[in-house]
Unconditional design. Structure first.
Lengths: 201, 201
DNA sequence: CTTGACTGACCGACTGTTCGGTCATATTTT
DNA sequence: AAAATATGACCGAACAGTCGGTCAGTCAAG
């Protein structure tokens, strides 16, 4: 018997360290050795928990996405009008992503990796892509409820949902390289209002 | 004397090959040897034209951006109402980026590199960032003209311009991993209309 | 013959992964 | 209770593959 069953908290510490290191140095340049140091363990130990760098990428993607989905679902259960729900959804999502600075950079690369995989005819990282599809469906549901409640104009749901998600991604993307947080907030408010105005009947 | 003073066409061929290889394999995994083969020359020759992989990245960024700016400027000189100009600007930019599949993937990585550089307190790739700033200014100019002409409502120019660019980036981003071109076109039309509606007085 | 563009074998730095050994702790024995 | 034993988590030195960059030599043009 093992005196200490492979500490799950340690696997978590490795993922956390990996997120930090890979966000800092990039997916390729980020070294396993640095992750080990950051996690306060030996390099060999990393391989007791994950069989390869690639497996760390996947675990990392799963962790990040589940963090985001948790946050989104909290919103989904709130009791708001479709109008407010959508507005809140957009703002919250952007803030969540924006706050998870490290995750943002990593997801950019994982997403690009996925796009490349698709070009090669391979499978992309499924967690990330499933999550993206779920998010879109969530927005579509809000939109449908809004049209039903006569709050929104008639629309092509898929198109508008895509616009909403594009807006979220693009906003983060735009500000990923800007450090002016105040300008970010002003632009965000104006951007969301403008978007909502586009949905009026 | 050289019979052919360092053939500029060859430098171009190298860049073109680099764009192809790096888009396929990523900035880190893309090999100089492969670029040389793709360009039909020896590896050593690549170093006659560019002193390092990093210099190739920069040259590549410059080439891609100047291609895009050329396309945008053609639009800028068209004689259209602010309304149509903005609509066309967005659609054209998306189509241009979307058509330059390879460039898209590379820019994603260069942009992420830049974001990381900023985090480190270093300089990002200036070409890319200057171009991005120029694009925003171009949109702001169109918006101002539209407000002046009473075609658009009053607005926070910076916010709406950011929204427009976010829209462009995000749309491309969303569809980078989708192969359904027909859905893309439908969503694009709806998305642009919805955006334009948000600017009505 | 001179020049310089071109080449690819080669070098060395780098890093993901392996593996033999160590050690803290649990369990058993005395 | 304390000594002996067993376990497997942990470690980091060593290994092997990769790839950016160099350079000694080839070749073609003038």
């Amino acid at each position: 018997m093992s005196p200490l069953q492979k500490d799950p908290a340690k696997a978590d510490a490795i993922i956390r360290a990996a997120i930090h290191i890979f966000a800092r140095d990039g997916l390729d340049k980020g070294k396993i050795a640095d992750i080990a140091t950051e996690a306060g363990i030996g390099k060999g130990t990393v391989y007791e928990y994950f069989s390869s760098k690639d497996e760390i990428f996947h675990a990392m993607g799963d962790t990040i996405m589940s963090d985001m989905i948790d946050a989104s679902e909290k919103l989904y259960s709130m009791d708001l009008s479709p109008h407010d729900k959508l507005r809140t959804f957009m703002r919250m999502n952007i803030e969540i992503i924006f706050e998870m600075e490290d995750a943002m950079l990593i997801m950019t690369e994982i997403w690009a990796q996925g796009a490349r995989a698709i070009k090669h005819g391979e499978h992309p990282n499924t967690t990330l892509y499933n999550a993206s599809r779920d998010m879109k469906q969530l927005v579509i549901n809000i939109l449908k409820a809004g049209v039903m409640a006569q709050e929104f104009r008639d629309m092509n749901y898929d198109g508008v949902a895509t616009l909403a998600l594009a807006f979220i991604d693009g906003f983060v993307w735009q500000f990923m390289v800007s450090s002016d947080r105040a300008a970010f907030d002003r632009a965000l408010v104006e951007g969301i209002e403008s978007f909502m105005k586009g949905l009026e009947r």
